[in-house]
Design a protein around this ligand. Structure first.
Ligand SMILES: NC(=O)c1ccc[n+]([C@@H]2O[C@H](COP(=O)([O-])OP(=O)(O)OC[C@H]3O[C@@H](n4cnc5c(N)ncnc54)[C@H](OP(=O)(O)O)[C@@H]3O)[C@@H](O)[C@H]2O)c1
Length: 307
């Protein structure tokens, strides 16, 4: 029986919460949260890693308030840009594997077609710039590191588009949703499950760690849609509020919904590299959406799906 430790940062975030559940069969999960460990304090990070002495560090902590980051660049930079570099140094120091998450927002969205890992980043907003700085800090340190780039993360809990839409659908007769940004809504559960699958390979007795496979891997749902398409699908599929009149959905342009941070028009990421390297199969976004909605429905009416 192995007593290997897996240190997860961002315990109560969307992804961190799922990771705690999915990684439990790979080792003893030690999950920490802000303010227990504050990522704007490098010594606190070092101390947490040295105390736990984990075989694997999984970092799901981040400054994710995309619009607020425009006016909190320093704090966002400390959490998203500098802290991952400290984690990489600590991981290297004690021979741990580091798994970190990055974002489609490192790109400007001008490319025709899905982005691959080698495409040059060019973030449009402060959040994207700080996340890119984090990716670069990890790569500058080296060691056994995986940077998993995902997009449009949502799930059955946390702050996300799906839960916001379900709430607004109950409150408003009409919803205006951006229809000119394209990407792949990706469930936090699928990202955590894929992370567990990759780690299971690396930690297996004959697995031997990353062995030259360190680097960036895109990890999103398959397929693509717009925020409008996602809203339409989730409200159509949702079993919530039976009998209630569904709101009218109106597609709008990004320019009609001005926000402090610019967003890329194209957020599509190719996942060919992670599929070929680790055999990961990410579900189509509609397939994953059904599963998340099923989880939510089960919460409302437990056991309703049982024979
Ligand atoms: N959400 C998306 O659409 C999306 C898209 C692409 C990539 N990603 C990336 O995926 C990863 C996980 O995102 P998520 O959606 O799970 O984010 P999330 O739900 O916002 O969770 C972020 C976590 O970081 C913690 N945190 C915030 N400030 C901190 C600090 N100063 N020190 C330590 N921890 C702090 C938060 O704690 P509190 O709750 O206490 O603030 C929270 O637990 C991140 O790297 C993010 O950049 C997310």
């Amino acid at each position: 029986m192995t007593n290997r430790k897996i240190l997860v940062f961002g315990r109560m975030g969307q992804l961190g919460w799922e990771l705690r559940h999915k990684l439990a069969c790979l080792g003893q999960v030690i999950a920490v949260e802000y303010p227990e460990v504050d990522f704007s304090k490098p010594d606190a990070i070092r101390n947490a890693v040295r105390t736990a002495a984990p075989a694997v560090i999984v970092n799901a902590a981040a400054y994710t308030a995309v619009d607020k980051a425009e006016t909190e660049a320093e704090l966002a930079g400390a959490i998203n840009g500098a802290a991952p570099g400290v984690l990489a140094e600590e991981a290297r120091r004690q021979g741990s594997i580091l798994v970190h998450y990055s974002t489609d927002y490192v790109f400007d969205g001008a490319k025709q077609g899905p982005y691959v890992e080698t495409d040059a980043p060019h973030p449009l907003n402060v959040y994207g710039k700080t996340k890119l700085a984090g990716d670069e800090a990890i790569q500058a340190v080296g060691g056994e590191t995986l940077i998993l780039r995902t997009s449009w993360v949502y799930g059955a809990r946390g702050n996300n588009f799906l839960l916001t839409m379900l709430r607004l659908a109950k409150e408003r007769p009409e919803l205006r949703i951006v229809d000119d940004q394209t990407g792949a809504p990706t469930s936090s559960e699928c990202v955590a499950q894929a992370t567990a699958g990759i780690l299971a390979q690396l930690l297996a007795p004959q697995g031997g760690g990353l062995q030259g496979r360190s680097g960036i891997y895109n990890l999103t749902s398959a397929g693509e849609t717009t925020w409008f398409g996602f809203a339409k699908a989730l409200l159509t599929q949702s079993a919530e509020a039976p009998g209630k009149t569904a709101p009218i959905l109106i597609p709008i342009k990004t320019s009609e919904f001005p926000r402090p941070a610019k967003r890329p028009a194209n957020s599509r990421l190719s996942c060919q590299r992670v599929e070929e390297t680790f055999g990961v199969r990410m579900p189509h976004w509609e397939e994953a959406l059904s599963l998340v909605l099923e989880t939510l429905a089960e919460r409302v009416s437990p056991g309703s799906g049982n024979a």
